[in-house]
Design a protein around this ligand. Structure first.
Ligand code: BES
Ligand code: MN
Ligand code: ZN
Length: 498
């Protein structure tokens, strides 16, 4: 979707539809009256007669054949001005774009100032339109005979933009938000791709192509190198797959950056059958999204490069398939991890922590000032928060607070869980240092406690369990059913403020 800026002073552009926002208990705005006197009169009457009240996401549309620039006019309710938060604006934009898509409107005009108010400035409106507009019109239709994506609007003309601020500054904001949305969409595409197409090798190739396009440094450790390094967590999990594993390292910026290095790590299980401890069939098809953490890291790295952020960021993604096709790891196996600790496999379905453990330990070589990892690690994260929050756990309160703030600012809400030492007790091994699964209770916390054993010493670290939010079982305001592209925006926002 393109966003065109049209100055108020210039001649109006014709379009299929004209949109204005309207707040609850308020009259038609002056801008609308000035711009479209005739239109405003009809809208005022509709308000007076209670045909529209301004309730959130309520819409009222009418035809005016004598009005040349747009025969159809839509008024969109924004709720009451005092409740109009950042999230409301994003939801309203998502709703709007979906409405335009449903009506197959290609080109629309929008009265910008009518969407400002409450918490939301003109810049916020433009940013929301650019980012959410693109995200809400996303479809994954490459395997459909009939392409649904074609119905999405192609341009929204913003009216009134020149009345405040400089057009260049607004263009820059639009470009940046488009980059962010591009990263999210890249992640969604990787995740939605089925596991017969997206395996550790093809995903590594996709990361390499993306890195090339975004001018990121890219190194891929293949199976023989992982063997040499002793990355046995990664190797054990992948041993049931006929496709070799890969470990992708993406790098942005210089290691001499004044703010130090940040490592982003993402779980990349391209399909999780559960292994020998096999999962039930119901919903197993969704386990193609078990690489959402890795997709988020790769997507975010591209955005960070687009935005030219003045930070040194290293993205690490172990890519494996947890299958039973070759010589799978078994319950009872004991493996020696990259950092030398030994782990007895109790449950081959607790595979994510094994690959992340090696990646976390590997990150030590960058001497990072912070490590964030994102993983669809436990079903318990969904059981705890449903899809309303990412579970965050870590070893540093300040870093946790920073991640939480990034979550609030992007609408990717995060909520902390405790990391008391007692939670490690049930994972201490009999014949090994650790077990890969514990009591079965507090699954999200015990998984994080396991990971903590592999975090480089004295390194602030936050783990994000995105299992609850990475997949939409039903459409959301900014995404259709399927991959959400979780944590891309959160990572980017975190690094913007680093
Ligand atoms: N990939 C799953 C977690 C998951 C489950 C993500 C449902 C999204 C939706 C992970 O590898 C897993 O199987 N975790 C187990 C851990 C258990 C065996 C200790 C779980 O959550 O049940
Ligand atoms: Mn699993
Ligand atoms: Zn998994």
């Amino acid at each position: 979707m393109k966003l065109h800026l049209i100055a108020k002073s210039k001649k109006r552009t014709s379009s299929e539809i004209f949109i204005a926002g309207i707040f609850k208990n308020e009259k038609i705005s002056k801008e609308l009256q000035q711009l479209e006197t005739e239109l405003a009169a009809i809208a005022a009457k509709a308000l007076e007669e209670g045909r529209i009240t301004g309730k959130f996401c309520e819409s009222f549309s009418f035809y005016n054949p004598s009005y040349r620039e747009a025969h159809e006019i839509v008024l969109l309710g924004l709720g009451s001005r005092s409740d109009y938060r950042a999230k409301c604006l994003r939801k309203a934009v998502g709703h709007l774009v979906k409405m335009l898509t449903a009506r197959k409107v290609k080109k629309a005009r929008l009265l910008l100032s009518s969407f400002t108010g409450g918490e939301n400035s003109l810049a916020d409106v433009i940013e929301a339109l650019a980012e959410v507009g693109i995200l809400a019109s996303y479809t994954f239709d490459k395997y459909k005979s009939k392409k649904e994506g074609e119905a999405a609007p192609q341009e929204i003309i913003l009216e009134g933009i020149l009345s405040q601020g400089s057009p260049e500054a607004f263009q820059k904001k639009i470009k940046d938000r488009e980059a962010v949305a591009g990263g999210v969409i890249f992640a969604r595409d990787l995740i939605n791709e089925p596991a017969n197409v997206m395996n550790p090798q093809t995903m590594a190739q996709a990361a390499r192509d993306w890195a090339h396009k975004k001018k990121l440094k890219c190194q891929i450790l293949e199976k023989d190198e992982l063997e040499k390094l002793g990355m046995n967590g990664i190797l054990a999990v992948n041993s049931g797959s006929v496709t070799p594993p890969a470990f992708v390292i993406l790098e942005h910026g210089s290691s001499h950056a004044s703010k130090g290095t940040v490592c982003l790590i993402g779980k990349g299980v391209t399909f999780d059958t559960g292994g020998i401890s096999i999962k039930p069939s119901k919903d197993m098809e969704k386990m193609k999204y078990d690489m959402s953490g890795a997709a988020a890291v790769i997507g975010a790295m591209g955005v960070i490069a687009d935005l030219k952020l003045p930070v040194h960021v290293v993205g690490l993604t172990p890519l494996v398939e947890n299958n039973v096709a070759a010589d799978p790891h078994r319950p009872g196996d004991i493996i020696k991890m990259f950092n030398g600790k030994t782990v007895e496999i109790i449950n081959t379905d607790a595979e994510g922590r094994l690959i992340l453990a090696d990646a976390l330990a590997y990150a030590a070589k960058y001497k990072p000032k912070a490590i964030l990892d994102a993983a669809t690690l436990t079903g318990m994260a969904r059981a705890t928060f449903d899809n309303h929050a990412i579970a965050i756990l870590g070893n540093d309160e300040r870093l946790l607070a920073k991640v939480k703030k990034a979550g609030e600012e992007t609408g990717e809400r995060c909520w902390p869980l405790p990391m008391w030492d007692e939670y490690l007790d049930s994972m201490k091994g009999n014949h090994s240092d650790l077990l890969n699964s514990g009591s079965g209770f507090a699954g999200t916390i015990t998984a994080a406690k396991f990971l903590q054993e592999f975090v480089p010493e004295k390194t602030p670290w936050v783990h994000l369990d995105i299992a609850g939010v990475a997949w939409c079982d039903s459409p959301r305001y900014d995404a259709p059913k399927g991959a959400y592209g979780a944590a891309v925006r959160l990572f980017v926002n975190f690094l913007l403020n680093w």
